[in-house]
Design a protein around this ligand. Structure first.
Ligand code: NDP
Ligand code: GDR
Length: 371
């Protein structure tokens, strides 16, 4: 029998990579998408086949994690063997602006999935993956952070995810369910949302190099993140649901990098060397060398500035994960390192914005224009 998976958040970065991964493994994949006034399935359109064709294995359903009745009905109809709960208001900065909604979806939404499986009598049939996060560690207690490091969340997002983490553990213990937390550290890709820092940087570097944008404004350049590739991380999610006993795992690379150094690496990728000058909100980055004749940026040109709007009321300064348990028990070893990730993201954004450059030259409004 073909396995059936249900993915919440299938239209997001991880949902898209996971759907592709599971389809390749032969699964029938069901995804929940939100109703939106515009199409929101761009990341999975290449996987979607006309429902009238034969051997269709990807199905999309309208739904929302804030709607219990919808969640219960979908789980009942689909009867999934595996549920991947990836749906979330996933932006940490935004969670300070929308704390209640974030708690509804990221916290209670997790409980809705677990409770639906319990109410429907499916506790021994359906395995559940909960998208937990390194944001749970928050204020540094110890490094590197492992499955036993204490949590100290630093944002409404992290507090909501803390509830999601513990309600998953509780349902596992109370009802003998196969429900696990993947404590995933930051993972990025060309499909990363445009307002997360890595993608914001790679988009800006591509646009600056192509002469479509003057400079980019960022927030805290001193924060350190353990960045991996989303493609590697969705494999770990699947592995976590294939074990004999349900357990929680940290998924990370074990290498941490400052935001400032990610900026430097991204500009390096297009042959532009930077020098950072000034301190705090007065810090900026200027071009110190331009080795690429295609991108004519003058020495001394300011390409990065600081905008305090991007600072967070409480920040997570240092994340560095210890993936030993995943390495040994799951046999999970990431294939990408940070330089390969940066290269792939820059190449993809250059490709996107070269198309915009052509449109602009021909007097049309670029398709991807927004800051
Ligand atoms: P994205 O922001 O790219 O995707 C989030 C998904 O959730 C989108 O499909 C979004 O739909 C959907 N969603 C948002 N609100 C709701 C709602 N109310 N009901 C149902 N679905 C909703 O996140 P990622 O793919 O990067 O992350 C996936 C999960 O993993 C998230 O839970 C995130 O918090 C968590 N996580 C991510 C990490 C990372 O580094 N990427 C690290 C650790 C954890 P729409 O497309 O319509 O907005
Ligand atoms: P994060 O990712 O908060 O770690 O959450 P994000 O890329 O938003 O921020 C990383 C760090 O960069 C600093 N920063 C900026 N961030 C943004 N977004 N924009 C800026 O201009 C900017 N300048 C500096 C931030 O202050 C922060 O320190 C991500 C999300 O995917 C979560 O859903 C997930 O749980 C965690 O990763 C692990």
């Amino acid at each position: 029998m073909r396995k059936r998976a249900l993915i919440t958040g299938i239209t997001g970065q991880d949902g898209a990579y996971l759907a592709e991964f599971l389809l390749q493994k032969g699964y029938e994949v069901h995804g929940i998408k939100r109703r939106s006034s515009l199409f929101n399935t761009q990341r999975i359109d290449h996987l979607y086949a006309d429902p009238h064709e034969t051997d269709v294995r990807l199905f999309l359903h309208y739904g929302d994690l804030s709607d219990s009745t919808n969640i219960i009905r979908l789980i009942q109809e689909i009867q999934p063997d595996e549920i991947y709960n990836l749906g979330a208001q996933s932006h940490v900065r935004v969670s300070f602006e929308e704390p209640e909604y974030t708690a509804q979806v990221d916290g209670l939404g997790t409980m809705r999935i677990l409770e639906a499986v319990r109410l429907l009598g499916m506790t021994q049939k359906t395995r559940i993956y909960q998208a937990s996060t390194s944001e749970l560690y928050g204020l540094v207690q110890a490094v590197p952070q492992s499955e036993t490091t204490p949590f100290y969340p630093r944002s409404p997002y992290a507090v909501a995810k803390l509830y999601g983490y513990w309600i998953t553990v509780n349902y596992r213990e109370a009802y003998n369910m196969y429900a696990v937390n993947g404590i995933l550290f930051n993972h990025e890709s060309p499909l990363r949302g445009e307002t997360f820092v890595t993608r914001k940087i790679t988009r800006a570097v591509a646009r600056i190099a192509l002469g479509l944008q003057e400079k980019v404004f960022l927030g805290n350049l001193d924060a350190q993140r353990d960045w991996g590739h989303a493609k590697d991380y969705v494999e770990a999610m699947w592995l976590m649901l294939q074990q004999d006993t349900p357990e929680d795992f940290v998924i990370a690379t074990g290498v941490t990098t400052r935001i400032r150094d990610f900026v430097r690496m991204a500009f390096d990728e297009v042959g532009i060397e930077l020098e950072f000058v000034g301190e705090g909100v007065d810090e900026k980055a200027i071009v110190s060398k331009c080795n690429n004749p295609d991108y004519q940026l003058p020495i001394g040109k300011e390409v990065v500035g600081i905008d305090p709007r991007y600072f967070r009321p409480t920040e997570v300064e240092l994340l560095i994960g210890d993936p030993t348990k995943a390495n040994t028990k799951l046999g999970w070893i990431p294939k990408y390192d940070l330089p390969a990730l940066v290269k792939e993201m820059i190449e993809s954004d250059l490709d996107i914005f070269k198309r915009d450059q052509i449109l602009e030259r021909e007097g049309h409004r670029p398709l991807n224009y927004f800051e």
